[in-house]
Design a protein around this ligand. Structure first.
Ligand code: TA6
Length: 294
C-alpha cells in the first residue's frame, strides 16, 4: 500500500480517502464507474455508472459525524428497523449505521471491484455482521449476519437506499402491483393492496410485506430507470417525506424531497428474521441503471 497525503492506495481501483467531516471512505472504480463506501456505518454514499448521473442521493444538509447517521446513500438498518421494539432510548434503525466498521478484504478482478467491511465484534453480542460492496456493471450490496451465539437471533434489517431522481411528481415505481403494504402513516397496521404503479403526491411511507419482487424506479425527466433486485428480502419500504416532514428533519433540505425516493430492501414489519445458532443470513441488493424513454 502507498500513502499519499493521507490517501491509501490499495490497488489501481481501490483508494482509502478522507471524506467529509472526520470520516474516511473507500473509493471503488470499475470500467468508468465509481462507488464510495464510508467506514462509518459501512455506508455506501455514492454510486455513479459510467456516463450516468449519480444514482444514489444524499442531503446537502447531512451530518458527517461519527455520532450521527449520514442522510442519504444506503444506510444499514440493523438489528432493528425503525424504532427499537421496546426501548425508546435506543437509536432509530439500530446501531450499525452509527458505528465505524473495519476493513476485512478487498479484491479487484476483471469481473468486479469489491470491498468488505465488518462490524467490530464487541458491538453486538452473539452476532457477526459483514457488508460487501461489489462494483461491476451494476452495484451489489450484501449484508451478512451470522448467529455466533447458542440461542436464536431475532432481528429486522434494511438497506435503506436513497435514489437520486429529477422530480418526484414525475416518478413512478413499478413491480409492487398487487402486493400488500402497511401504511406507516396510518394509525393502525392494516394491510392495503397496491393497485398499479406507485406515484407520489404526498408523504409516502409504506412497508410492502411478504414480497421478494424486484422494483423499478422510472424517471422520465432523467431518461432512465433504476432496476432494484434483491435476495433474501421479504419487505420493500417506499418512502418520500414530502413537504412537512422534510421541514422537520434538521439534516434534510426543505425542498430536497423533490429529488429523492427511498426504495429499501428489507426484512421488517412482520418479516422478522429468526436465525438459529451457527446459521447465516445474507440480504443482497442489486442496483442496475438503464437508459430509456429517449
Ligand atoms: O424507511 C422509512 C423510515 O422508517 C421513515 O419512517 C423515516 O423515519 C425514514 O425511515 C428515515 O429515518 P431516519 O431515522 O434515518 O431519519
Amino acid at each position: 500500500m502507498t500513502t499519499i497525503s493521507e490517501e491509501v492506495i490499495i490497488s489501481d481501483r481501490i483508494t482509502l480517502k478522507n471524506g467529509s467531516g472526520d470520516l474516511r471512505y473507500f473509493e471503488l472504480r470499475f470500467n468508468g464507474a465509481e462507488a464510495h463506501l464510508y467506514l462509518h456505518g459501512a455506508h455506501v454514499l455514492h454510486y455513479q455508472p459510467a456516463g450516468q448521473a449519480p444514482v444514489l442521493w444524499h442531503s446537502q444538509a447531512s451530518a458527517f459525524d461519527s455520532k450521527k447517521p449520514i442522510r442519504g446513500g444506503i444506510p444499514v438498518c440493523w438489528p432493528w428497523f425503525g424504532a427499537h421494539p421496546n426501548d425508546p432510548e435506543q437509536p432509530a434503525h439500530g446501531i450499525a449505521r452509527l458505528t465505524e466498521w473495519e476493513p476485512v478484504n478487498y479484491s479487484a478482478t476483471e469481473a468486479a471491484t469489491t470491498v468488505t467491511l465488518r462490524l467490530p465484534a464487541h458491538c453486538y453480542p452473539n452476532a457477526s455482521l459483514q457488508l460487501s460492496l461489489e462494483l461491476s456493471e451494476q452495484l451489489s450490496v450484501t449484508l451478512t449476519t451470522v448467529n455466533t451465539g447458542d440461542t436464536d437471533l431475532r432481528f429486522t434489517e434494511a438497506l435503506h437506499s436513497y435514489f437520486a431522481i429529477q422530480d418526484i411528481p414525475a416518478v413512478t415505481v413499478t413491480g409492487l402491483e398487487e402486493q400488500h403494504y402497511i401504511n406507516q402513516l396510518a394509525p393502525d397496521a392494516s394491510l392495503h393492496t397496491q393497485t398499479g404503479p406507485i406515484s407520489f403526491a404526498e408523504e409516502t411511507d409504506r412497508i410492502y410485506t411478504d414480497t421478494a419482487h424486484d422494483c423499478t424506479i422510472i424517471d422520465p425527466p432523467l431518461h432512465r430507470s433504476i432496476h432494484i433486485s434483491k435476495k433474501n428480502s421479504l419487505s420493500t419500504v417506499v418512502w418520500n417525506p414530502w413537504i412537512d416532514k422534510s421541514k422537520r428533519m434538521p439534516d434534510f433540505g426543505d425542498s430536497e424531497y423533490l429529488e429523492m425516493i427511498c426504495v429499501e430492501s428489507a426484512n421488517c414489519g412482520p418479516n422478522l428474521i429468526t436465525l438459529a445458532p451457527g446459521k447465516t443470513h445474507a440480504l443482497q441488493l442489486n442496483i442496475h441503471v438503464k437508459n430509456n424513454m429517449k
